[in-house]
Design a protein around this ligand. Sequence first.
Ligand SMILES: Cc1cc2nc3c(=O)[nH]c(=O)nc-3n(C[C@H](O)[C@H](O)[C@H](O)COP(=O)(O)OP(=O)(O)OC[C@H]3O[C@@H](n4cnc5c(N)ncnc54)[C@H](O)[C@@H]3O)c2cc1C
Length: 217
Amino acid sequence: MDNTAVTVTAIREVGPNAIALDVETPADFDAAPGQFVKLVLTVDDEEYSRFYTISSPTVEETFELTVGIDPGGDVTPLLSSLSPGDDIVVSGPYGNAYYEGETQGCLVAGGPGIGPAIGIAERILADGGTTAVVYRDDEPIHEDRLAAVEADGAFVAVLEESESLSTAVNSALATLEGDIGDVQLFVYGFAAFLDDAMTAIEAAGGEYDRAKVENFG
Ligand SMILES: Cc1cc2nc3c(=O)[nH]c(=O)nc-3n(C[C@H](O)[C@H](O)[C@H](O)COP(=O)(O)OP(=O)(O)OC[C@H]3O[C@@H](n4cnc5c(N)ncnc54)[C@H](O)[C@@H]3O)c2cc1C
């Protein structure tokens, strides 16, 4: 889908400095959680493009984007001031690190990377699979959805920056059935988090090369 104006249907605070935007799904748009869209915003005749990853389990009627607000950023403070009924311009979907019907998924996320991770965990559970979520963030977001997937049987670990990612990834992988090679790893977050996740996954006996990884920059 090329640049298309879509209407914001809801905007929610989902934790400290974080919002979820629900936007109307255009007729020709189909996507899975973990794919991302490009959002184009024009401010004072200047055009800004940023990418945001789908964080709802499906894109029926609406889809959700989870945005970490950077108070010093050019675009995210503007997104937090949107209201239902406003239009934003998006294109996509893009990317290759998304849910493709895997029955066992281990989600490893940092910061706003928990958006696609929770969307995929919800989708795996809805489709009858098993899942585990390891999430590192000193100010966690989407806590209600994390509690809900945990209540539905998922392993969930929410870590502070100082805690060991490899211990949690190890515990997460141990809760999933079968051979470690049967589990699809998904990793979402900014570059420094991905480095830590790679070390943790390899220390836990997982293959980072086989993981579906999205680098937020
Ligand atoms: C594939 C992909 C998927 C993504 N998915 C998500 C997602 O789902 N959720 C999400 O929240 N983010 C996601 N991102 C990141 C997102 O696209 C933006 O980069 C992010 O939201 C910051 O945008 P911004 O305009 O607010 O900040 P920017 O203006 O880009 O600034 C970022 C930081 O850099 C600083 N900075 C800017 N310019 C300078 C400069 N010249 N010198 C020094 N410092 C500077 C700012 O102060 C700010 O702290 C994704 C990125 C990619 C590539």
